[in-house]
Design a protein around this ligand. Structure first.
Ligand code: 13P
Length: 333
């Protein structure tokens, strides 16, 4: 029964034409984005901003689930209704970011480790009682060939913890999203990116198997395979799709529940075009969709600027990007 309910959540989250909104920026990250635009950095402005996103017209038409930060899962709209209850009424599934963030990895300069396993089972129980049906755990790898990073040691340490998280989440009746992000920052080539991602996925799926995680109840959240942001040869959508799908076909087991993409600092139009090319080229049976934060939110945030008189326009812009990425996941951009 537990297994069936996990599978149901996965299939709902991946159901066309929708995707997952990542709205789980920590308060710190959200404040950083507000500060850049001169928006007041308060608990209340963060609530207002999330309310603006979640009450956008046609939200539930394009969004199957929302990843929340722990602050937001307890928040309410202006009428005193919990965001989680709003979601449940419209068939949007609430999820929660549960990793404890990044810390430096000792003896490996510039590499990072994701914390958060201590007390995880209790936190998942609590978030489950607040309505979360799925969770997210992110670790981060930066490609720097001169420094031979990411190192095998840091890859193994992060993905071991990620597999342990996935097993704890499933035991608590929560679908785990595993997100080993490979950063777009850097001057690496698309081939270097593909090599690193192949290595990461080999270790990730070996670890998930070793920890006896049910792959059908796991969602992989992934970067796209592409040249780094400072490489002068930027990858075309056709190349991004070809290299990305090649890694998936070699490294991602076919029985995984689904694959969702992060946008990783790509420009919004670029992320949509790449997703569209992936949808067009994919011959895989694995369902795929978007789970963007910045590529969906950035234009709306810039239009809002923390001012209520801009809310309508910001929602129109947000709806435009939701629709655009819904079309892109279908290969119909
Ligand atoms: P971006 O789409 O901005 O990369 O964010 C997705 C995400 O969930 C990062 O953890």
């Amino acid at each position: 029964m537990k297994k069936e309910s996990l599978y149901k959540v996965v299939s709902h989250l991946l159901s066309p034409p929708r995707g997952i909104l990542a709205a789980d920026e920590s308060s710190k990250t959200c404040d950083m984005r507000f500060e850049e635009l001169g928006i007041a950095k308060t608990l209340e402005t963060r609530r207002q901003y999330r309310q603006l996103l979640f009450t956008t017209p046609n939200f539930a038409k394009y969004v199957s689930g929302v990843i929340l930060f722990e602050e937001t899962i307890r928040q309410k709209n202006d009428s005193g209704v919990l965001f989680v209850d709003l979601f449940n009424k419209t068939g949007v599934i609430p999820g929660i970011k549960v990793d404890g963030g990044l810390v430096p990895f000792d003896n490996f300069p510039d590499e990072q480790y994701t914390e958060g396993l201590d007390g995880l089972s209790e936190r998942l129980k609590e978030f489950g009682s607040l309505g979360a049906k799925f969770a997210k755990w992110r670790c981060v790898f930066r490609i720097d060939s001169a420094k031979k990073s990411p190192s095998s040691t840091v890859i193994h340490a992060n993905l071991g913890s990620m597999a342990r998280y996935a097993s704890i989440a499933q035991s608590n009746g929560i679908v785990p999203i595993v997100e080993p992000e490979v950063l777009y920052d850097g001057d690496h080539s698309i081939e270097e990116c593909q090599d690193v991602m192949s290595q990461i996925y080999r270790v990730l799926f070996d670890s998930l198997k070793a920890y006896r995680v049910d792959l059908g109840a796991v969602i992989l959240k992934t970067s796209m395979v592409m040249a780094g942001k400072s490489n002068e040869n930027q990858s075309s959508p056709e190349d991004v799709a070809r290299y990305t799908l090649d890694v998936f076909s070699r490294r991602v087991p076919k029985d995984i529940g689904g694959i969702v993409f992060l946008s990783g600092g790509q420009a919004p139009e670029q992320a949509s075009s790449n997703l569209n090319a992936i949808a067009i080229q994919s011959k895989l049976s694995i369902p795929m969709t978007f789970s963007f934060s910045r590529a969906l939110q950035e234009p709306a945030l810039k239009a809002w600027l923390g001012k209520s008189e801009n809310s309508k326009n910001a929602q129109n812009i947000f709806e435009k990007y939701l629709k655009q990425n819904s079309n892109a996941r279908l290969g119909k951009l």
